[in-house]
Design a protein around this ligand. Structure first.
Ligand code: ADP
Ligand code: MG
Length: 587
């Protein structure tokens, strides 16, 4: 065992740098945040070899005086914080005074800076954390930091770098985030001399989203806006019929700081629950603005996480904001519904992809050009066959042709053969009925002879905790000692399935594995999803014509008539023109 000794400063510096600077993108993040703190209107980023070889960030911000520039390289030297309670009301991205010294410890750094109120600024060359050269500099006002040979003196860290293309993709992703958070700033990003992101100053988030992700997304997004005292949630959220395989395009900003916050991500997940197919993800730009003393940003080395004082309130606000935004999408007018219908059901399930940007792989070797090549084109409305743009299709009015495999209802629509998945359709109907009547006790069937069910300890504790919520949904359970419960009534939708026997399975499906605490709202929503699924007509169940007719007329009442709560389509249309083509008939 060796004896304790204090590390020499250059080693300590390298270790501290490792917490903040893990890859080229983290250098870019720190430098661009400094530029934003300096009030820059234009920020340009140049990347060579994924940033491993060279990175340069140039801004037109406030710059530094020659006498203060060397200070910026000292640890804990900052212009943004004077006393400790400033930490409680941070309005800047930086505050620790660590970034520049950390970068200087593990790369060669050149800093050129001039304040607009001085004719001459200075140029510093730093190597291994030590200033090697200082000369006057009379370039444009602002600051230019060039970082070369990142990790040249920390080979262990260098080994963890991924390919240059992957590092560049990280940088681009980061800059997309930052660009979305600061639409009023002009961002220009070049890699190997080629422009990969160009976002001129824009007036709002939607315009910026068009520059960053493409016009198709920007136009489809629904606005979020919910304000309450000391808290403002705003941004854009994709409608339920547009989604992606990855959550990469959920941009979360708290007081304009990029975060990867589990609470916010959880609120988004809950807001979209039941609206997206399994495993699919919405595109969201979520900006939370909150009183600075209500959030702690000093909990993570790279400031990627934040801690809210009242996380329940933030969660509820985000959930409500997104739900509100999705509401109109959930309740299309007849007109819109007609459009979707005639356009063919390929629309809702197909994922809309903006130009090349949305490959789920990291973009590019060598850098693809992300500039929209053509001026923004409005998304064309769904095509409506001439003469058939009638005002309203009502499912109830379509002639029913029969049932296929006791699973699909066949009906004749004006455009072709309509195939309806009876289970998915009924499931949606039940789910919406629950949602619509959530504030009233659900219809139930009392059991003539109450039966007992024995549960495992975990589910039993969960049932005990949520008896009133279960009761509201029509599932009346009464503690009967130990882990046993008496079933007194079951939701009406389960009655035809011999509901009581379903109860243990239902509880097993609903109770979380670990005994984590849940809000009644969460429980209610899952309960509705599960009851709708269990209570719905099954595939393989023969239906009488009146039953089919009844189901179709219920579809007319639906807010979302295209997908079941798990995101599967309810119906498909085989158009007459497809049918004609299949039989090689002339048009
Ligand atoms: P922090 O951002 O936490 O203050 P940094 O090490 O990132 O710490 O920067 C140290 C100081 O250098 C900043 O507080 C700021 O005064 C100055 N500085 C850094 N980058 C710039 C820039 N682009 N423009 C003007 N001043 C800058
Ligand atoms: Mg900083």
């Amino acid at each position: 065992m060796k004896r304790i000794s204090i590390l020499p400063p250059e080693i300590a510096g390298k270790i501290a740098a490792g917490e903040v600077i893990t890859r080229p993108a983290s250098v870019v993040k720190e430098l661009v945040e400094n530029s934003l703190d300096a009030g820059a209107r234009t920020i340009s980023v140049e990347v060579v070899d994924g940033g491993c070889r060279r990175l340069r960030v140039t801004d037109d911000g406030c710059g530094m005086w020659p006498e203060e520039a060397p200070l910026s390289l000292l640890r804990h030297a900052t212009s943004k914080l004077r006393q400790d309670d400033d930490l409680l009301r941070l309005a800047t991205m930086g505050f620790r005074g660590e970034a520049l010294p950390s970068i200087a410890a593990i790369a060669r750094l050149e800093l050129c800076t001039r304040s607009p109120d001085r004719e001459v600024g200075c140029r510093l060359v730093v190597e291994g954390g030590v200033i090697r050269d200082q000369t006057p500099w009379a370039g444009p006002a602002g600051t230019q930091v060039t970082v070369s040979d990142l990790f040249y003196n920390t080979p262990a860290r260098r080994k963890f770098l991924r390919s240059q293309a992957a590092e560049q993709a990280h940088i681009l992703e980061l800059l997309r985030h930052l660009a979305l958070g600061y639409p009023e700033v002009h961002f220009l990003v070049q890699a190997q001399g080629k422009t990969i992101l160009q976002a001129p100053a824009q007036k709002d988030a939607r315009e910026r989203l068009a520059a960053v992700l493409g016009v198709e997304w920007a136009e489809a997004m629904l606005p979020l806006d919910l304000a309450m005292p000391g808290l403002w949630v705003r941004g854009l959220a994709s409608p339920p019929d547009q989604h992606l395989a990855s959550p990469r395009y959920q941009f979360l900003l708290v007081n304009r700081r990029i975060v990867s916050d589990r609470l916010l991500a959880g609120a988004l997940r809950q807001a979209y629950q039941g609206l997206l197919p399994k495993g699919r993800q919405p595109v969201v730009l979520l900006e939370v603005e909150i009183a600075p003393d209500q959030v702690d940003v000093n909990v993570h080395p790279a400031k990627a996480e934040v801690r809210f004082k009242d996380s329940g309130r933030v969660f509820a606000a985000v959930l409500a904001a997104v739900r509100q935004a999705l509401e109109p999408a959930q309740r299309p007018g007849r007109q819109e519904f007609t459009g979707t219908w005639v356009a063919g059901p390929a629309l809702p399930v197909q994922e809309a992809r903006p130009a090349a940007l949305f490959s789920d792989l990291p973009p590019l070797p060598g850098g693809i050009d992300l500039l929209p090549q053509t001026p923004p084109q409005p998304v064309p409305p769904p095509q409506v066959a001439a003469g058939e743009a009638g005002p309203a299709w009502r499912f109830a009015e379509l002639p029913i042709l029969g049932q296929l495999q006791d699973t699909y209802i066949l009906a004749q629509a004006p455009e072709g053969l309509l195939i309806i998945d009876q289970h998915a359709a009924h499931e949606r109907v039940l789910f919406e009925q629950f949602a619509r009547t959530a504030d009233q006790p659900a219809p139930r069937q009392a059991l003539l002879f109450p039966v007992t069910v024995d549960l495992a300890p975990n589910p039993a504790a969960w049932v005990e905790a949520h008896l009133p919520t279960l009761q509201e949904a029509g599932l009346e359970l009464e503690p009967f000692g130990g882990n046993t419960f008496l079933v007194r009534a079951v939701p009406a939708c389960l009655a035809q399935h011999d509901g009581a026997t379903l109860v243990p399975g239902l509880i097993a499906e609903l109770a979380p594995l670990a005994g984590e605490a849940e809000e009644p709202d969460q429980v209610r929503r899952r309960l509705h999803l599960t009851l709708a699924c269990r209570g719905a007509i099954k595939a393989g169940q023969p239906l009488r014509p009146q039953e089919m007719q009844h189901l179709l007329s219920q579809l007319d009442e639906l807010a979302i008539s295209s997908h079941c709560p798990h995101g599967r389509p309810l119906w498909r249309l085989l158009t007459f023109s497809d049918i004609r083509q299949n039989f090689r008939r002339p048009r």
